[in-house]
Design a protein around this ligand. Structure first.
Ligand code: FAD
Length: 500
């Protein structure tokens, strides 16, 4: 391998998604003279634009798909290589690409993302959504569909069931409540009416620029206390593209062949038992099933004994980190979720190999208020921090775990509501030893606070609550809130003033 090397770079980053691009930007600005290569399978790169620090840990940004030349123009020492990495040889410090070239590295960062965990491989009636191509394929198939089955309970499923119009949706979730990855049953109850109502006619204008491949009535407020009440985004079929992100559906009409707005039926606590075709159904001895299910191209039998015919199935059941090309011949420690284990310097178990974003699993001793979720924000933070660590190691400088890993924080939108998640927002890992405070105004806001030992450790804020900054501070400073009790969520108290 050694003598096949075309060139040796100081830094090689694999993957042109948010993690890889942010890592390259960080490396190029920390050491402008360094030779950096970005090797990516897709023709475009993902860039973070309009970055805004909303509070100490909350951040918002837009994501644009850009031609890679934009990055090369910005950083003269950067070389972009458009080919997939086929193999990695950690001993000789080089990577081999699909087009047969070999590149050496001093330090390598793997940011190859993740791909969808599909229900079945190679079934033309089962789609996943990950990148622009798969989103377009979904839109094309949806335009002719009368009924689809969506399987999964993470972010993509949540977005889809709300966005799809003109098509009946059967939504199969394995949990007792919708959106289990992000919410508890109370928040799910708050959101369900949005699925039953027609979608607002004019959608709010999209504040994020979109990419192309070419270039309710308020109800009464009430507070109650409860004793306790607990995968993120799935990806689609192509191997090469970067994952889509916020507002991915806003440029494309998600409309089926029928004249209805929403028509969603949720099948709770079930999984897919079998997917079979029309021909298979007709060969089936179950006469009643044939008459009950009607004539559809594909059928899904769920573990709750229900069978649904539909035009196609969307598999939104989580992701698998893209590690395959890197594993063979090396001794990476791989986490249970299939990610490359990284330590608090984003280093894998192989010397001089770092990893960031969806492909890695954070295995350092984590802050009690943070957890990894495969999201845009964490891909950016990890890419940025990996770049910092790689540069610091070359410069023999010390580097400490970044503050962004102190507190989990995420802003998103579900069912047209602003959603802010902080810390252990679902009481993750807290066991029975925690208390919840909830305030809910139907159609307007849902506020949940997770308290442990009288201290705030997490929160879910749905709607325009304006509480994120105050709650973030209360979580970070771990003030004892016992004296305040339920007053903490009293809507008549200006909590911001209260804790000033
Ligand atoms: P990716 O963006 O997947 O990039 C991986 C890159 O690696 C790609 O450029 C790919 O071409 C390249 N690559 C892969 N294998 C190789 C190889 N062998 N050689 C060379 N290059 C390779 N997150 C949110 O926070 N909010 C959201 O609203 C949200 N919505 C989403 C909606 C959808 C439909 C999807 C699919 C995801 C969504 N996510 C969302 C998740 C978010 O997109 C991901 O967490 C994030 O993009 C991960 O970034 P990454 O850089 O690690 O990986």
């Amino acid at each position: 391998m050694e003598n096949k090397k075309e060139k040796t770079f100081q830094f090689v980053v694999v993957g042109g998604g948010i993690a890889g691009v942010t890592c390259v930007e960080q490396l190029s600005s920390q050491i402008p003279s360094a030779d950096v290569a970005l090797i990516t399978a897709g023709p475009h790169i993902k860039a973070v634009t309009n970055y805004k620090q909303v509070s100490r840990t909350l951040e918002e940004f837009d994501v644009e798909e850009q031609p890679s030349s934009v990055l090369e123009e910005k950083f003269p020492n950067l070389t972009i290589i458009h080919s997939a990495v086929k193999s990695l040889h950690t001993k000789s410090h080089c990577v081999e690409t699909a087009d047969g070239r070999v590149f050496g590295y001093k330090k390598l960062c793997i940011c190859s993302g993740a791909r969808p965990k599909l229900l079945t491989q190679d079934n033309p009636y089962v789609l996943g959504i990950r990148d622009t191509d798969s989103a377009q394929e979904f839109q094309k198939r949806l335009s002719k569909a009368k009924r689809i089955v969506i399987v999964g309970n993470g972010g993509i499923a949540l977005e889809l069931v709300y966005e799809v119009e003109g098509c009946e949706v059967i939504w199969a979730v394995k949990d007792k409540a919708i959106g289990n990855t992000f919410f508890d049953a109370g928040a799910a109850q708050f959101l369900i009416p949005s699925l039953e109502a027609d979608k607002p006619q004019a959608a709010a204008p999209c504040k994020r620029p979109r990419f192309t491949t070419e270039e309710a009535a308020p109800g009464g407020s009430h507070i109650f206390t409860a004793d306790r009440s607990s995968q993120a985004y799935g990806h689609g079929p192509t191997d090469s593209g970067s994952a889509l992100g916020p507002d991915w559906h806003e440029g494309i009409a998600l409309r089926g062949a029928e004249q209805v707005s929403h028509r969603v039926s949720v099948e709770y606590q079930c999984e897919v038992e079998k997917i079979f075709t029309c021909e298979e159904l007709h060969k089936s001895p179950e006469q009643t099933l044939r008459t009950e299910c009607g004539d559809w191209p594909v059928y899904v039998r769920l573990t709750n004994a229900q069978t649904f015919g539909c035009d196609f199935v969307v598999s939104a059941t989580g992701v698998v980190p893209n590690t395959e090309p890197f594993l063979q011949g090396n001794t990476f420690v791989v986490a249970d979720d299939g990610g490359l284990q990284v330590d608090d310097h984003m280093m894998t178990s192989e010397a001089d190999v770092y990893a960031a974003g969806d492909v890695c699993t954070a295995c350092w001793e984590q802050s009690p208020l943070w957890q990894q979720m495969r999201l845009w924000t964490q891909a950016r933070q990890m890419g940025w921090y990996a770049g910092r660590c790689m540069a610091a190691h070359i410069l023999s400088e010390p580097v400490e775990l970044d503050f962004c890993f102190e507190l989990f924080s995420h802003i998103t939108k579900f069912f047209n509501y602003k959603v802010v998640l902080l810390g252990k927002f679902n009481g993750q890992g807290l066991g029975p030893d925690h208390e919840l405070l909830v305030r809910c105004t139907k159609g307007q806001e849902y506020v949940k606070v997770v308290l442990s030992g009288g201290r705030m450790v997490g929160a879910v804020l749905i709607g325009e609550t304006d509480l994120e900054e105050t709650f973030e501070n209360l979580i970070l400073n771990q003030m004892d809130l016992t004296p305040y009790g339920e007053e903490l969520l009293n809507p008549d108290i200006d909590i911001e003033d209260y804790f000033d």
